[in-house]
Write a protein that binds this ligand. Structure first.
Ligand code: FE2
Length: 392
């Protein structure tokens, strides 16, 4: 068995209506807060839902909302300068992964100084400023991971500030925050959560603790994602919020793998939303990866509700891959070949970025640059890829 560490320092407060506790929890973290959010949260009234509680208790806070998906280093540094100017000592993030990652990175600069590029190698010197996260999607798990993904505007690639110093103090997880989430975003962020759980489970960095959490998250997502998107019922929304946090906890203590290597490359070059890129690539990359972890993909298939009667473990593993694609199709996730911005001349560049991503080394089957080019080409030309294993 691998040696492993399992580090989950975040206090998780879960439940419908739990945002009413935000002022009490915020008060424990500091005196001058910075609410980090985005314009969508402001216009949807979601940020106000939270700040009303802060106002009622008379807490001092400022707001930074200059954030776009796939956060860029230059924007984070502007936010950090604002935080320094306002003498902020703690942060509240209200939003999805981009907002939470930005808040962590602002918090990193606030206490460590410098700029984003000083802290990409897991070398933060002191903990980031105390951070309370309120996720408003059910996908990233960023409220419990120790990473902030940053778009490097010099290289056009994604870099990462990571490590135990980059942890969130408190997460308030309240499904009221996704009551009005558009179906498309619920679907793609839910598929991001599924990707986290699957990759955490099958990858080379997995351990028994993350396996247990990941597998149960897969079961919950299979049971509730489509219902949450179609019916928006409270039980399914609650389940998706819990599963998303669990999947974050799993991959934060294991790793992700080549689906993420690719989705980060696609996010960096084309600004494709992270969840959409993952959802598009989950089945194709899994199809390539099954030969490296047949038993584990068979477990994933069982967690996805596939009936394994009469199937070998290998057949079951591939049937699980089909189920992943069915789920993506049921949620109307576009196919790679349908995206206008994707151009074959970019494939070598995308492949190089994906091959160099650190998580690529943890994929069950090691993929080289050439394998990524072949994958992109097959998907672009045929809409699907051929089986790589023995089973056809
Ligand atoms: Fe992700």
């Amino acid at each position: 068995m691998n040696e492993f560490e399992f580090f989950t320092p975040t206090n998780i407060i879960f439940g419908r209506g739990s945002i009413s506790r935000v002022a009490v929890e915020a008060k424990k973290l500091g005196r001058r807060g910075l609410v980090v959010t985005d314009s969508g949260m402001l216009s949807a009234g979601l940020a106000k839902k939270v700040t009303d509680y802060l106002d009622k208790k008379g807490l001092t806070y400022f707001t930074w909302s200059d954030i776009v998906p796939n956060p860029r280093d230059v924007d984070i540094e502007k936010g950090a300068a604002y935080a320094v100017d306002k003498r902020i000592d703690y942060l509240i993030a209200i939003g999805g992964g981009s907002v939470m990652d930005t808040a962590k990175a602002i918090g990193a600069i606030l206490t460590n100084g410098g700029k984003c590029s000083d802290w990409y190698e897991g070398n933060l010197e002191v903990p980031i400023a105390p951070l309370l996260c309120i996720p408003t999607t059910c996908g990233t798990g960023s409220e419990v991971t120790h990473e902030s993904i940053v778009n490097n505007t010099k290289t056009m690639e994604k870099d990462c500030i990571w490590g135990a110093m980059n942890s969130v103090k408190t997460a308030i997880i309240d499904s009221q925050m996704i009551d009005k989430l558009p179906k498309k975003i619920l679907a793609s962020t839910g598929m991001d959560a599924l990707t986290h759980a699957v990759e955490a489970y099958v990858c080379r960095a997995a351990n028994p603790l993350t396996d247990a959490i990941a597998l149960y998250a897969i079961q919950m997502i299979q049971k509730h994602l489509v219902l949450a998107v179609e019916k928006h019922d409270i039980e399914s929304l609650d389940a998706m919020m819990a599963a998303s946090t669990m999947a974050g906890m799993a991959f934060g203590n294991s790793d992700v793998a080549c689906v993420h290597s690719i989705s980060e490359a696609l996010g960096g070059y084309y600004d494709i939303p992270h969840g959409v890129a993952n959802a598009m690539m989950l089945a194709p990359v899994s199809r390539i990866s099954v030969p490296g972890a047949v038993e584990k993909y068979a477990d994933v298939a069982r967690a996805l509700g596939v009936d394994g009667a009469g199937l070998s473990e290998e057949e079951l593993a591939y049937a699980g891959v089909e189920q992943m694609q069915k789920l993506a199709d049921a949620l109307e996730i576009p196919h790679f070949s349908e995206l206008d911005m994707v151009k074959p001349q970019d494939f070598p560049r995308l492949a190089k970025t994906a091959a160099n991503a650190s998580e690529t080394q943890d994929n069950p089957v090691i993929m080289e640059e050439q394998d990524f080019i072949q994958l992109f080409t097959e998907l672009y030309e045929n809409g699907t890829i051929e089986m790589r294993g023995k089973y056809e």
